[in-house]
Design a protein around this ligand. Structure first.
Ligand code: 9MR
Length: 415
């Protein structure tokens, strides 16, 4: 039985005394939700979901180093950091552990660990679970990685060190052995440096092909030069570097039934070969028009069949802009969720979508171990024009935040 209606913040009082107790608990939780609108509120995602899964966020370099400037002022960065500490118990580097940034040049001197070190220190100081993103990806990988060591002069423009990030590299290529050796060096160095601190790694990112069922794997330079076993090798190297790390395969679009089948094909094959893979990362970059309980329930149900923990790794929901003001009969409901203010149609749709997917996360809690938002707030999101997160650019909780918290309350009421 559901005690709350679809509207977050509205609780139907139950009848039996057992249910009354639980109903009161749910009501108390929801009362706490209304105080969540203050920026100093004690209501935190990490606490509300502590018996379900970790709740984390991607953070960027400004957050890790505590330095504003550029697009975001020092004052705002400090508020982002305060919000991060209050709400989340897990962090992922949005960019600074990508090959392009952590290992821009060839050789032992070619690493740039500063920003990643700052992030690891920030997480450690604040008792946060650290996730490393990402070791092997078709994107954001410098050209030198794929380049043959002695390019002929006529292809010098495409030679190592001339910029570009992997996808477009067309110069003379490394041999399979050369590329495997670079991959091994990279993984051993990066994973080894943060051994025991970064607890979980996105070892291979987005290796599945989009489109129809013909191709399982993306036609990347990794695939072309090494062959399909580049994935198994990456996991093997990461496991050698830190045998205790949780190694994930991470991809997007796992709401799409065709892509899920490709995931199943890939992961079963890795499992049959005894490859050390410990969790599936489903990015969950969603759109408000399709995101909701049914879509997420179906996707998680399929992924769970693999028998591995599921980490929701890059959650956000692109929401339409320019929503209309609620009117007439909607006013009471809107007011309840906003303490007197009106909820725009766009905010309402986003809240409903988030409520649905969190209901699905809770339903699959046996498998879902971590939920990571891809950004602290709308202003720092890669999809900022789609206002995709729970906090606005001023770090104020949106109706979607209330809706997510209310799902925990709803669950408390049904158990
Ligand atoms: O959010 C990231 C953005 O700041 C970067 O410019 C971009 C390219 O490195 O990557 C974004 O994050 C991606 C993630 O690393 C992998 N999955 C898709 C994410 C969104 O593009």
């Amino acid at each position: 039985m559901h005690l709350a209606t679809n509207h977050p913040g509205h609780v139907k009082m139950p009848t039996s005394s057992h249910n009354l107790r639980l109903g009161l608990f749910a009501a108390m939780l929801l009362a706490a939700v209304s105080t969540a609108r203050s920026a100093d509120s004690p209501v935190a995602l990490k606490n509300v979901f502590k018996d379900h899964f970790q709740v984390g966020t991607a953070i960027n370099r400004s957050h890790a180093t505590g330095t504003g400037g550029g697009r975001r002022s020092q004052e705002r960065i400090e508020k982002d950091i305060a919000l991060t500490k209050r709400q989340f118990n897990q962090i992922t580097a949005e960019n600074d552990m990508k090959w392009q940034l952590i290992h821009p040049r060839e050789g032992a001197e070619g690493y740039d660990f500063g920003p990643a070190d700052a992030l690891v220190e920030f997480g450690g100081k604040n008792g946060m679970y650290l996730v490393g993103h990402t070791l092997v990806w078709h994107s954001q990988t410098p050209n030198w990685v794929f380049a043959g060591t002695i390019p002929p002069p006529e292809t010098a423009d495409a030679a190592p060190g001339r910029g570009g990030f992997g996808r477009g590299y067309t110069g003379p290529r490394a041999s399979r052995e050369e590329l495997l050796e670079r991959m091994r060096d990279h993984i051993h160095t990066v994973v080894g440096r943060y051994k025991g601190k970064v607890k979980s790694w996105d070892v291979v990112n987005e290796a599945l092909a989009d489109g129809g069922p013909e191709n399982v794997l993306r036609n990347s330079l990794w695939l072309q030069i090494i062959g399909p076993d580049f994935i198994a090798k990456a996991f093997q190297y990461a496991h050698e570097a830190d045998p205790d790390a949780i190694l994930r395969y991470n991809d997007y679009g796992l709401e799409n039934p065709v892509k899920i089948q490709k995931l199943v094909t890939l992961i079963k094959s890795l499992q049959e070969q005894g490859v050390p893979i410990h969790a599936i990362g489903t990015q969950a970059h969603l759109n408000v028009s399709t995101a909701g309980f049914e879509q997420m329930d179906r996707s998680l149900g399929e992924v769970a069949k693999l028998g591995l923990p599921i980490h929701v790794t890059e959650l956000d929901i692109n929401s339409a802009q320019g929503g209309q003001r609620g009117t007439g009969a909607d006013i009471a409901a809107n007011a309840q969720a906003t303490q007197g203010g009106l909820v725009s149609e766009a905010d309402r749709k986003l809240a409903d979508a988030y409520a649905g997917i969190f209901r699905a996360f809770i339903k699959h809690r046996e498998w879902v171990e971590m939920v990571t938002f891809w950004g602290v707030n709308d202003a720092v999101s890669w999809r900022r024009s789609g206002s995709p997160l729970l906090f606005d650019g001023e770090n104020q909780p949106k109706p979607a935040f209330d809706a997510v918290i209310a799902e925990a309350g709803r669950e408390a009421g049904v158990k």
